[in-house]
Structure formats: C-alpha cells, structure tokens
Design a protein around this ligand. Structure first.
Ligand SMILES: [Zn+2]
Length: 128
C-alpha cells in the first residue's frame, strides 16, 4: 500500500476555516480545536489530501466514517486479489457429499418422546 498522505498544515487550515466551527457531516457545533480533518475518499482508495477531499468532522462522525472506510477498503482489497488470482473464488460444493450412514439415518428418524406434564397437580386436601 502507498504511504498515507496526510493533509498539509495549509490545507487543514483552509478546511477548518471553511467548516466555520461546525461538523461538516452532522453540523454539530464544535469547540475551537475540536473536530478532525477527514479524507472524504480514503487515501487507500486513491483520495488526495486536498481541500476538496477533506472535511472537518466531529469525533462521532469520524468513528463512524472510519468503520465504513475500513469495510470499503477491505472490499476493494478482496476484489483486487480475486481479479489477480491471488485468492481463489468461492465455489459451491459440487458433490452430493458423503452418504448418510445407517446410524445417522436412525438418529434422524427418531420419534419425539410422548408429552409429559412438567408438574403434577397438587393433591386436594380433604377436610376431616
Ligand atoms: Zn458530526
């Protein structure tokens, strides 16, 4: 994988100025110094560290975004590996499998036990 390209200080400053103290995803108000500059298109998927590909988002949005990014990066990795033949495509089992042995067949046709109540009704006390 290519080296991660971080935003330059200048780019970050421009993004923070554009956000004007709000999360650019959920528009939550951010305290000064709060918020994180995020790659809209993750750099692992070819996103550039530019003002256009960056946005200032809050902690909550960043955690969510990172989780989604990781999933799409993994998916891209799998697609690439499949296309290059690095991993074999999944195949369905073609044979009918092993024949069921007599013992297993007997076990599968076992009848259920007859119904049995979980408790006995209390014996009524008879008055003398
Ligand atoms: Zn947010």
């Amino acid at each position: 994988m290519a080296n991660r390209l971080e935003f330059s200080r200048k780019t970050k400053a421009a993004i923070i100025a554009r956000a004007a103290g709000k999360c650019e995803a959920c528009s939550a108000v951010l305290k000064p110094g709060e918020g994180e500059v995020d790659h809209i298109l993750p750099c692992a998927l070819g996103g550039e560290p530019t003002v256009a590909n960056g946005r200032l988002i809050c902690r909550v949005c960043h955690v969510e975004k990172t989780a989604t990014d990781i999933r799409s990066i993994r998916k891209a990795d799998r697609s690439r590996d499949k296309a290059s033949g690095a991993i074999a495509p999944k195949q369905k089992i073609r044979s009918p499998g092993f024949p069921i042995s007599e013992k297993v067949a007997r076990r599968q046709t076992k009848q259920a036990l007859p119904y049995r109540p979980l408790y006995q009704p209390a014996i009524k006390e008879t008055n003398p």
